[in-house]
Ligand binder design. Structure first.
Ligand SMILES: *Cc1c(COP(=O)(O)O)cnc(C)c1O
Length: 459
């Protein structure tokens, strides 16, 4: 299986290289040269088996199926629910797909647990040691820490904005006790942390010296791993039509649904509505056909406070019939002016893609958390609430609507109290978290300081 860049100016590469690199050298995102045909999941087929078949199809010759199976069973052994992504019904033909049964209570665990084991496997062959660097607004850092703690072939460096992640989110990152993890609290906001990470990648000497790698949501392995729960949901709903509602930020999760459909995993057809918060760049894109930059604003659903939905680039590539020149031109215009129309015909194609997007405001999100509690007795996280609020607004259909529950309520206890007046205690398996000592360092939002510290850490 070969991989191409959406910007068309990077050489074709294999699965291992595409995953380990993250971003393509021309600034584009990797996509498979052809969409593989994958057999849909069977009802009752174990999650790890489905995952192994899907990853194996995307890896091609790169890994033997037996090895992928071992990696997948290992990745999902630590989940608190045997089905990994169970469905629960909350209304007439309306379901939650629970993606928060992993070690850090958010859906990022589903892909990250697999990636860490995949990296150890791929790098174990060459003996190479990578430095994985990620900037986090909260959930990615914790999921990466839980997954990479004790990894043999990789070190992990996490940059989080000092004082701007929730206490529970910080504890997940800083209490692993693992010697291969460096936690840096940067003075500044998420954009400052992310800007430093981008500059580190742009510094080719540094990148080569420390063997730099990225695991943010544009990493192809994450997209591949996220296809799996669409396939298992389709099997649980016995192949019938499903409408997915996907709380979205960088659009990795919604893209995975689109990819699952392209590979033949969704026998009931494909319809996914991206639910965004007041950071509504994605909704504007789908509804006006323009890519418009706006500063990110803080909302009750911080993991979706994203102004540029990076994974849209892969969708654009498909909607232009893989015209890398058109993708390049669009992103060049966007970088320059911050406001550019999509290439001709793309808006109409998007309309037939099964994908759409709409925004839910802050007040609606909080109201929905309380309404959901009153109707079902359950507490949901603010990101999930953006999805359920949107689901209520959509026209009724005679088939299932599935909202992706992207995190557990207990990860955002402050917001849950504000919205519902109720405590959302951590599950028993995470209670030990609050008793552990934290390890992290404070640094100014300064490229030189961060670079020097990482060089020292990797020496
Ligand atoms: C990351 C995240 C999202 C957004 O997912 P994308 O793949 O970036 O669209 C939604 N909810 C939670 C809880 C998250 O952590």
């Amino acid at each position: 299986m070969k991989y191409l860049s959406t910007r068309g100016e990077a050489p074709e590469t294999g699965f291992a290289e595409a995953c380990l690199a993250g971003l393509a050298p021309d600034g584009g995102l990797y996509v498979p040269k052809e969409w593989p045909r994958i057999e849909p999941a069977r009802p009752g087929e174990p999650y790890a088996e489905v995952a192994a078949r899907i990853i194996s199809a995307f890896a091609g010759e790169a890994i033997a199926l037996a090895d992928v199976q071992k990696i997948c069973w290992g990745a999902y052994a630590g989940f608190a629910h045997q089905s990994v992504a169970p469905l629960t019904q909350w209304g007439p033909d309306t379901w939650l797909m629970e993606l928060h049964h992993g070690p850090t209570l958010a859906f990022k665990d589903v892909a990250m647990q697999l990636i860490a084991k995949l990296y150890d496997y791929l790098l174990g062959k060459s003996g190479e040691r990578l430095t994985v660097v990620c900037a986090t607004s909260g959930d990615t850092g914790g999921a990466a820490a839980a997954a990479f703690a004790g990894a043999k072939q990789s070190r992990l460096v996490i940059l989080h904005p000092q004082g701007r992640v929730s206490p529970v989110q910080r504890l997940f990152m800083t209490t692993t006790g693992a010697g291969n993890i460096l936690n840096i609290a940067v003075t500044g906001d998420f954009d400052d942390a992310q800007a430093i990470v981008k500059q580190l990648f742009a510094d080719k000497d540094f990148a080569r010296t420390v063997s730099l790698s990225g695991v943010n949501s544009i990493n192809w392995a994450r997209v591949a791993a996220q296809c799996v729960y669409y396939a298992t949901t389709q099997a649980q709903l016995r192949g019938s039509a499903v409408r997915y509602v996907v709380p979205s930020g960088n659009m990795g999760d919604a893209l995975a649904g689109y990819v699952a459909a392209r590979c033949g995993l969704l026998t009931g057809g494909f319809e996914a509505v991206c639910a965004v918060n007041e950071n509504d760049a994605l909704a504007r894109l789908f509804n006006t056909g323009r890519m418009t930059r706006a500063a990110a604003v803080a909302t009750p659903s911080p993991a979706m406070d994203i102004s540029v939905p990076s994974n849209f680039e892969r969708i654009l590539y498909e909607m232009t019939a893989r015209d890398a020149g058109a993708v390049r031109a669009t992103y060049a215009a966007y970088a320059q002016s911050g406001d550019t129309p999509l290439p001709g015909g793309v808006l109409a194609k998007l309309g037939c893609s099964g994908l759409s997007a709409a925004s839910i405001n802050n007040a609606e999100t909080l109201t929905e958390m309380e309404r959901f509690r009153q109707e079902t007795g359950w507490l949901i996280c603010p990101h999930t609430a953006v999805g359920t609020a949107l689901a209520r607004r959509l026209p009724k259909k005679d088939f299932a609507t599935v909202v992706l529950a992207t995190a557990a309520a207990s990860k955002f206890p402050e917001t849950v109290i504000e919205a519902t007046g109720h405590d959302a205690p951590l599950p028993v398996r995470c209670e030990a978290l609050t008793g552990r000592s934290e390890v992290f360092e404070n640094l100014p939002a300064d490229l030189g300081a961060v670079r020097a510290r990482i060089l020292d850490f990797t020496r």
